[in-house]
Design a protein around this ligand. Sequence first.
Ligand code: NAD
Length: 418
Amino acid sequence: MSEFRKISAFDTVNRLFDKAADLLELSAEKRVELTTPYRELMVRLPLLTEDGEVKVYRGYRVQHDNSRGPMKGGIRFHPDADLDEVRALASLMTWKTAVVNLPYGGAKGGIQCNPRELSELDLERLTRRFAQRMEGFIGPREDIPGPDMGTNARVMAWMMDEYSKFHGYSPGVVTGKPLEVGGSEGRLSATGRGLFFAVEQSARAMDLPLEGARVAVQGFGNVGYWAARFLADAGCKIVAVSDVEGTLVCPGGLDIDKLHCIADETGTVMNYEGEDCQRLHRDELFGCDCDILVPAALGGAIHAGNAGDIKARLIAEGANHPTTPEADEILAEKGVTVLPDIYANAGGVTVSYFEWVQNLQQMRWDAERVDKELRQVMEAAFEAIKKASEEFDTDLRTAAFVVAIRRVAEAARLRGLH
Ligand code: NAD
């Protein structure tokens, strides 16, 4: 599974880049320049555990491109984190930050470890050792990590603290921190809220009223829950939700607050009770009757084997690369509109950018300001993607890459050879 995901991620990014680069008639030299990472770091991290054992972990940071500003991207703690995967995700961050026009380049990092098998103290020691190895290469004007799979606000606070020992108090070195040490209002819900703004734009352009629109959501974690919550608040009916345990289908609509409490208390959405609810296998979500589908769990979830079953008119990609290129073709033939991940889930990195701005200015924004600025970013990006899609008569994913590649290529050209 991890092998499939790894190849799929790297392969997908390159295939998508090339499709847009063909439309832009980019030269072979330019393609090499834009896809080659700026710097790749691999470090060894010896850890003396609480149990008295010495273990050596591998840590990575790939800095892909800095033409448009300091590089930005998450740090994941995961057994499958390796250089190939991190490299693919770093390049995806370059295109994601460019499509929403943040003054950033792209990066990604990770430690190959299972954080659930580490004690709190071992996790802190490992994080600090990683920050020690990285401190000369990251920084508020160089590369700004954030949380990703297996890391959280606590880990970011340790990263910030360790970096600050070398460079003085530097909250702007990482984002996704707790509010008490320079985090931003609205960061937790940002990806779901950004996805909601993207759906709003697209639904308007498609003449799909949100009031009463039926929505299915794969995954009820951070992205899935907040996306469902904002869509429900706007009048949508959440008719199906899945998690790792199964799919819950309730054609009359789910009460999202109640579902959230139950999932929180029992660990799964499957314990929700409702009159018209039916329980299915987790993979059966994609065949559900709905108007809008939000994949918010895994990469490669929508593939050639299930894309034909999808009944939604609009898909908003909360997860990273949830749709395989083969599925994309099937969906295009069916006339389904797909809001691509590099746009639809960019709300998280956008509010991370707001956090960094607040840290640099030593100011605090309230939640209202964060939401207002996020809406502006998502609306402007949608307009740019729509325009490119009309200009090249192409789908929104390719159009998003066109917008991103143009911005990065132009910044690189204006700055000259590095
Ligand atoms: P999470 O761990 O909070 O939630 C993941 C959810 O998916 C859980 O409910 C889990 O049970 C469910 N799930 C796992 N395997 C499943 C399967 N086979 N079928 C159905 N459900 C399954 O993760 P998250 O932070 O919500 O992230 C979800 C996706 O969004 C990931 O691909 C992540 O890379 C991407 N993403 C997250 C953010 C963010 O800010 N959290 C930003 C951009 C992209």
